[in-house]
Design a binder for this molecule. Structure first.
Ligand SMILES: Nc1ncnc2c1ncn2[C@@H]1O[C@H](COP(=O)(O)OP(=O)(O)O)[C@@H](O)[C@H]1O
Ligand SMILES: [Mg+2]
Length: 425
């Protein structure tokens, strides 16, 4: 079967890499893809912002399954459009993608189905939001309602910061439409864990739990990024916590969506805070996470293409999903100097061919006119190492990362350290 993956991040390269191992898959297309996906499959020459053109390509080339990587396409109804044209596609419909594209809708949904999450209020007038913040006090969390590319949340420890966040969002409208409604939310304290799950609309199967490193600097300092590194599984997510999350969050979410008439098919990503009062939902995403996917898929034993087919046809079999037990994966992101602010692109990347013992998933890379691989984005490469324990995985990832270089290359030095301290090996 021919497949097409929409997106261009490390996540999409990881999906392509895993699908490439499936005996069911004969050809992988990516739109737009990157220099990494080009080495596994073919990056097609179609304007990937135009969903109609992608669907035309899929029809003409008899692509049997399309996987939508990024949230913007899902929120715009890419899945609905493919379905309307009778094309097989893995991902939620526009209505089901509301779990991510409207945080206020997601909050109402959780409230209705008694799914544990932070207390919150939704506002469409800045003065009302500010009055509420003054009454409640800090710490407090302010969130733009819509999609803001991971930049629409302010965790405020000072009243001024919180009030300014309201002005930025609702008055200056720095996130545009996405911030005309805001959610003001109770601050949750605890370990943050990402749990992804495959769902066919009826039932969901959790993947291994992941911890991300969102801040740019070591020791979780500096501004937020798309994610600077991950590891899986995390021992912070105990069997008892897993049971609670599955019963109190995952199952009610999938059943609730079915009940709403908008069954969720695709990858459901639950952002969790493990509080002293039990696990609570920070947010939902409706697709694979980046860089969560880069550690989860290398630990998946089973055939990803078969899982996608089973989800799309409503026949997901929980027993068919197996993980590599006893292995820990660490992903360290190499970013362009200056990211998440301004950065240079077009810098040649050295050392890729020297890496033997780790996986390298490309993010912002491309081939230049000479056929050399150069930087083309903020996050550039993901080095993923599988070890018998967290310590071995960390050492392996950093050893191989040291073989790579490009002008201005930056990476965090402490990916996985928290887990190392917790687990002791
Ligand atoms: N209620 C909360 N309490 C504490 N921290 C929070 C809370 N909500 C969000 N955060 C922090 O802010 C980050 C971004 O918020 P999130 O809801 O995931 O939005 P997005 O990913 O769309 O930016 C989270 O990963 C978490 O670290
Ligand atoms: Mg998030």
């Amino acid at each position: 079967m021919k497949v097409l993956i929409i997106g261009n991040g490390g996540r999409e390269h990881a999906i392509a890499w895993k699908l490439n191992q499936s005996p069911l898959v004969s050809k992988i297309y990516c739109c737009p893809g990157n220099a990494g996906t080009a080495q596994i499959g073919e990056n097609i020459r179609v304007d990937c912002n135009v969903i109609e053109d992608i669907a035309d390509f899929v029809e003409q080339n008899k692509v049997e399954l399309t996987i939508v990587g990024a949230e913007a396409y899902l929120a715009q109804g890419a899945v609905d459009y493919f379905q309307m044209r009778g094309l097989n596609v893995y991902g939620p419909t526009q209505a089901a993608a509301g779990l991510e594209s409207s945080k206020s809708w997601a909050k109402e949904f959780m409230f209705k189905y008694h799914i544990p999450t932070a207390h919150s209020q939704t506002f469409s007038h800045p003065e009302a939001a500010k009055d509420y913040i003054r009454q409640t006090g800090v710490p407090i969390v302010i969130k733009a309602d819509g999609l803001a590319a991971g930049k629409g949340v302010v965790v405020a420890f000072e009243l001024e910061t919180a009030l300014k966040a309201i002005d930025d969002c609702m008055v200056a409208q720095i996130y545009g439409e996405a911030g005309t409604t805001v959610i003001v939310e109770e601050y949750l304290e605890g370990e943050e864990v990402s749990l992804l799950a495959f769902s066919d609309g009826y039932l969901a199967v959790p993947m291994l739990p992941v911890q991300d490193h969102k801040r740019i600097g070591d020791g979780d300092t500096g501004p937020n990024t798309g994610g600077m590194g991950t590891y899986a599984p995390t021992t912070a997510f105990t069997a008892a916590i897993k049971e609670k999350v599955v019963n109190e969050i995952l199952i009610p979410t999938i059943q609730g969506m079915k009940n709403e008439g908008t069954p969720f098919v695709g990858t459901l990503f639950i952002g969790l805070m493990l509080t002293s009062d039990g696990p609570k939902v920070v947010e939902y995403n409706v697709r694979f996470g980046d860089p969560e996917t880069q550690v989860v898929l290398p630990l998946l034993e089973s055939d990803l293409a078969q899982i996608f087919i089973d989800c799309v046809s409503g026949k997901l079999n929980p027993d068919s999903i197996k993980w590599k037990m006893g292995k820990t994966a660490v992903c360290v992101v190499a970013a362009s100097g200056g990211y998440p602010g301004k950065y240079q692109t077009g810098e040649p990347i050295d050392g890729l061919e020297e890496i033997r013992n780790s996986l390298v998933f490309h993010a912002g890379t491309k081939f230049n006119f000479n056929g050399d691989i150069v930087t083309a984005g903020g996050r550039v490469l993901n080095v993923v190492h599988l070890g018998n324990n967290i310590g071995a995985a960390i050492d392996g990832a950093y050893r191989d990362l040291a073989l790579l270089s490009f002008e201005g290359m930056y990476y965090r030095k402490d990916i996985g350290r928290r887990e190392l301290l917790r687990s002791g090996v």
